[in-house]
Design a protein around this ligand. Structure first.
Ligand code: FES
Ligand code: FES
Length: 156
């Protein structure tokens, strides 16, 4: 067994798991954080996207043992009990209503992008979302939502 101690969404969490346990499995099964989803399990779909020490990662491709001592942000860490995160609100307002499978990963990629680059161009937004597959709604509304946040932060 591997002992893992991490900060997840500003809270210290520990677990003891088999060495082959992925970060995704750690989050979902040890910490009951089920926002990140198991889609492809091979790094292609982005459904499992989370942020580790400020870097966007596919949690299906990382082992739990690799995140010991690190800082993790998941979709559950964005909204408060009574308020959506501004990115989630912008997606809602723009009608970018993603399903529960792609949505959490898309929002985490948007969060990472806007943290890194508060005023991204459309090609930069497309690049940031390139690892998140949605086969149904298209990407136009997602891009508009991210542009809205960028415009609002430029005004602030
Ligand atoms: S489940 Fe991790 S990228 Fe698809
Ligand atoms: S809305 Fe989730 S896969 Fe298209």
């Amino acid at each position: 067994m591997v002992s893992v101690s991490v900060i997840v969404n500003v809270e210290k969490r520990t677990a003891s798991v088999p060495p082959e346990t992925t970060l995704l499995k750690l989050l979902r099964e040890s910490f009951n954080l089920t926002g990140a989803k198991l889609g492809c399990d091979v790094g292609d779909c982005g459904a499992c996207t989370v942020i580790v020490d400020g870097k966007l990662v596919n949690s299906c491709l990382m082992l739990a043992g690799q995140v010991d001592g690190r800082d993790i942000l998941t979709i559950e860490g964005l909204a408060t009990s009574d308020r959506l995160h501004p990115i989630q609100k912008a997606f809602e307002d723009k009608g970018s209503l993603q399903c529960g499978f792609c949505g959490p990963g898309v929002i985490m990629s948007a969060k990472w992008l806007l943290d890194e680059n508060p005023n991204p161009s459309v090609p930069e937004i497309r690049d940031a979302l390139a690892g998140n597959l949605c086969r149904c709604t298209g990407y136009t509304k997602m891009i508009e939502a991210i542009q809205t946040i960028a415009r609002e932060s430029a005004k602030a």
